[in-house]
Design a protein. Sequence first.
Length: 285
Amino acid sequence: MADRHNRDLDRTLAPRPEPLLVPTVDAHAHLEIVTNAAPDSEEVRKVLDDARDAGVDRVVQVGYSAEQSQWCVDAADHWKGRVLAAVALHPNEAPVVKDLEHDWSIIAKLAEHPRVRAIGETGLDYFRTPPELRKRQQESFKWHIELAKKHKKALVIHDRDSHDDVLSVLLEVGAPEQTIFHCFSGDLEMAKICIERGYILSFAGTVTFKNAPQLREAVKIVPADQLLVETDSPFLAPSPHRGALNTPAQIANIVRAMADERNVSDAELATTLSNNAERIFGSFV
């Protein structure tokens, strides 16, 4: 996945924004794609330091393959106080890995690590996955849901062009207590369903895009305790830097956009988002 997406990335770095007055959390990032470096490298340190200077002092590093999930755990181990990990097979990876059960066994072992606080990103993606492979993708999603419930950890969902089936699977299998829709992409009606079911909606730079008015409507109605913010670095840099290389520092711009829509101060929203992240993922120390 990393190699495929790297070919599509503009490596021009989005400018660091004005810092938030209250530090907060990037709930979903892929630092290994941002840096193309080892988890304990100076390149990762620089990205984390730049984020801290922008008022983003904690990052959840999210997995998408067995090998890369190990990178996530190593990063969380090395950057204590600053990074936590999530581990999983991405829904685009699950249908195409050679031995799905072997990769599951690696994810299951990593899930036991104390600095792994979520299972993700898992879910469904019908944009890239042809119909004949979707059954295997759904099977993997259900396996990850059960793993999250077994370890009482949050579930991080990737949902692309698959809203109805994602919601149906969660009802069928039973959602974990903390179920997060990463980079929420639904409309107002889907947001209302998720809110009613107690799911957590995490908004990314897409909320600033001109062609996403439905996201701005959705972010207005989410109860404060069901809200997170993320970059999905290195993807989805917020406007006016759309297309540039995204990093956790851009949380500052996304928080400001969300605060404007919710008619609250940046500081109030940053505090809420920080508290929510610590409640859902636990302490970063």
